[in-house]
Ligand binder design. Structure first.
Ligand code: PLP
Length: 400
């Protein structure tokens, strides 16, 4: 008998986790692997954030945390949302979880009836469809085009909405495309949603602070404040605050929803790690100048990477306006033969070849719903990036 439930048959492990595990296994065998896989800042966490975690431990803050989050943290989150986003919430509308990932998961778990549809602009973060399926919903993939910066267009949204549509999942800046929606683009989408009151918005703002050039982060709620009664704002500390390992994220939205998420959390994981929560309090209240300093460095790496990629014959990529990934188009290498005689028939094949032949770990585009592409993270030092690009260039030069 198969022990795994039928509705999970389509759910695969995260491709980033799989590639990272393969790269680690090869590294253990003594191979010198360059990893451009994970979206994990290489910068250390700010000192005041680390010190707050250390102090919490020293102060014996090791008991069970309040399940929805420390009052101090939820108050800090409300202040942050007002200060940075002009959004107004009370602490009882906020829930703190073990990462933005858990916030998204709990929101879907508490709201989806079997067969409810969740609209995912494509390319999407690879965990979205899996989370929808685990919670017995139906992911609905909305195409976008490279020519329009991989941004969802109002008419595509309109055409996809049915009476079963429960959520639109918006991620700006976007992983993996780096697309950043401006206020007008969000207003256009909101105009469609105005006609469909059954559709809620999951706004995944985890890359909020990671914007480059003239791009500015805007929430759909800035474009359409009236959507607040059916929007969950999701954010976390993993990216800008450089503490992905502390697993801390939050959601803010209608109390009816956050209370439902609270119930799930009381019966599953309980509250997020208390030490991490105190680090979160310090992060929100403390100095933020490191964000701009880190962004400048990310931007330099991005410019270097984009220029290099576009100079490699057969590869191309657009300049991402946010997040820390480059999405590289690799169609020219489909059908080519590797030096060992293997035919490259997908981006997954190409990524496998890069790992085995060049000891370079990247993530294929297909799990993000976009092929043939691969994704490179530039949340690594310039030295690592330099070496990664050299290996990439050499490996694909075999294809002529
Ligand atoms: N949302 C997106 C788009 C992400 O890329 C990630 C992490 O890579 C997350 C959410 C999860 O963030 P967290 O570490 O807070 O769970």
């Amino acid at each position: 008998m198969n022990i795994i439930a039928k509705h999970l048959s389509m759910v695969k492990p995260s491709a980033v986790a799989v590639m990272s595990a393969k790269a680690r296994a090869l590294a253990r065998q003594g191979k010198d692997i360059i990893r451009l896989t994970a979206g994990e800042p290489d910068f250390p966490a700010p000192a005041h954030v680390k010190m707050a975690a250390v102090k919490a431990l020293a102060d014996n803050q090791t008991k069970y945390p309040p399940v929805n989050g420390l009052t101090e943290l939820r108050e800090g989150i409300c202040q942050k949302l007002e200060r940075d986003n002009n959004l107004f919430y009370s602490p009882d509308q906020v829930i703190v979880s073990s990462g933005a990932k858990q916030v998204l998961f709990n929101a879907l778990a508490v709201s989806l009836n079997p067969g409810d549809e969740v609209l995912l602009p494509t390319p999407y973060w690879m965990s979205y469809p899996a989370m929808v399926r685990i919670n017995r919903g139906e992911p609905v993939f909305l195409p976008t085009k490279a020519e329009t910066g991989f941004k969802l267009q109002a008419e595509t949204l309109e055409a996809a909405i049915t009476p079963r549509t429960r959520w639109l999942l918006l991620n700006t800046p976007c992983n993996p495309t780096g697309a950043v929606y401006n206020k007008q683009e969000l207003a256009d989408l909101a105009g469609v949603l105005a006609k469909h009151p059954q559709v809620w918005v999951l706004s995944d703002d985890i890359y909020e602070y990671l914007v480059f050039d003239d791009a500015r982060f805007e929430s759909i709620l800035n474009a359409a404040p009236e959507l607040a009664e059916r929007t969950l704002v999701v954010n976390g500390f993993s990216k800008a605050y450089c503490i992905p390992g502390l697993r801390l994220g939050y959601g803010a939205g209608p109390a009816e929803l956050t209370k439902g998420m609270f119930i799930i959390q009381t019966q599953s994981t309980s509250g997020a790690c208390i030490t991490s929560q105190w680090a979160g309090v310090a992060a929100l209240a403390g100095d933020h100048s490191f964000v701009a300093a880190n962004n400048q460095r990310y931007q330099k790496r991005r410019d270097f990477l984009v220029e290099k990629i576009n100079s490699i014959k057969g590869l191309s990529c657009a300049t991402p306006k946010g997040a820390f990934y480059c999405l590289v188009y690799c169609e020219k290498f489909m059908g080519k033969t590797t030096p060992k005689g293997q035919i490259i028939s997908s981006d997954e094949d190409l990524v496998g070849y890069l790992l085995e032949e060049a000891c370079l770990a990247v993530v294929p585009g297909s799990p993000f719903g976009v092929s043939p592409f691969f994704r490179l993270s530039f949340a690594v030092s310039r030295k690592v990036l330099n070496e990664g690009v050299k290996r990439l260039e050499k490996a694909v030069s075999h294809f002529g």
